[in-house]
Each structure stands twice: as structure tokens, then as C-alpha cells.
Design a protein around this ligand. Structure first.
Ligand code: HEC
Length: 140
């Protein structure tokens, strides 16, 4: 929606400016509009990624052990975000098995999550892991 409004705006601008404005001015205005349009496209892509992550979080059963606010079997998403922010951690690299647990380091708990990493999480693509991480980080 936003995208098409901007593109319409761009077309209108080109149309209206032909007669009156100097070419240089028009060029700058068009460039500014194109930049703004690019930002919207990036924003839309990020929103899509979060939506995909949310879907995967349910489909891949993460949601059964991780609620937004409350600890069930695993820590809440908010608790995970808090620790990952404080310690500058990387959720994708944890999910790839490349970095150790930093939220709950109790061996029994780590083993539960590790079982997921070793069974089905390893089959997810890099894009899917990035989407999961984007979704988790979007939970405020
Ligand atoms: C069977 C329950 C269970 C499922 C399903 C599950 N987790 Fe976990 N998860 C846990 C437990 C328990 C911990 C705590 C141990 C730990 O922190 O490693 C945890 C920890 C985590 C952590 C924090 C790791 C850290 O640094 O300590 C992340 C991130 C995470 N899970 C993401 C996910 C995602 C994404 C999925 C779905 C693909 C998922 N989990 C599915 C139980 C689960």
C-alpha cells in the first residue's frame, strides 16, 4: 500500500515538474523520492521477515516451550532478548550451534534445547533462522 502511494507520488512529481522547474532541481527531488521509496521497501521486507519468523515460531514448535512473557519449559522470549542484548549475543549463531547457551546454562535445560538444535533446527535455512531471530527480537 505505502509502496504504491510513493510510486504514484513519484509519477505525479515527474509529471508536474516538467514545465516549471529546472532540470537539476527535478533531478534532486526525484532522487530524494527514490531514496524514500527504497526505505519503505526495506521496511516492508523487514516486516515480512518478522511475519515469517512468527509463523515458523509456531510451526516449528518453538512456541510450545517459549512464551513471550512467562517461563514455561524454556525461558520467555523477553528474558532471552534481555540477556542477548546485555551480552551482545547472536541468536542465529546459537541456533546454528556455533555459540553456547547464555540465557539458562543449567546442563539439564541446555540439553532440552540442544536436542532441538540437533534434530530439526539444523534443517532450517539461514533465511529461516534469521526470520526466527527477527521475530524473537521484535517481541517487546
Ligand atoms: C522442548 C522445549 C523447547 C523447544 C521446542 C524449543 N526450545 Fe528453545 N529453549 C528450551 C530450553 C529448556 C532452553 C533453556 C536452555 C538454554 O538456554 O539453552 C531454551 C533456550 C533457547 C534460547 C536461548 C539460548 C541461550 O543462549 O541460552 C533460544 C534463542 C531458543 N531457545 C530458541 C528456540 C527456537 C527458535 C525454537 C524453535 C526452533 C526453540 N527454542 C524451541 C526449550 C525449547
Amino acid at each position: 500500500m505505502k509502496k504504491s502511494v510513493l510510486f504514484l507520488g513519484l509519477a505525479a512529481l515527474l509529471f508536474a515538474s516538467c514545465g516549471e522547474k529546472k532540470q537539476e532541481e527535478v533531478k534532486t527531488e526525484v532522487e530524494t523520492t527514490v531514496e524514500a521509496a527504497k526505505e519503505v521497501v526495506t521496511e516492508v521486507a523487514a516486516t515480512d521477515n518478522i511475519a515469517l519468523g512468527k509463523q515458523l515460531f509456531t510451526d516449528k514448535t518453538c512456541a510450545t516451550c517459549h512464551l513471550a512473557d512467562t517461563k514455561v519449559i524454556g525461558p520467555s522470549i523477553k528474558d532471552i532478548n534481555k540477556i542477548y542484548e546485555e551480552k551482545n549475543g547472536n541468536i542465529v549463531s546459537f541456533l546454528k550451534g556455533e555459540s553456547p547457551a547464555i540465557v539458562d546454562t543449567d546442563p539439564g535445560q541446555v540439553a532440552i534445547m540442544k536436542a532441538n538444535l540437533d534434530s530439526f533446527v539444523k534443517d532450517l535455512s539461514g533465511d529461516e533462522l534469521a526470520a526466527l531471530s527477527a521475530y524473537m527480537r521484535s517481541v517487546k
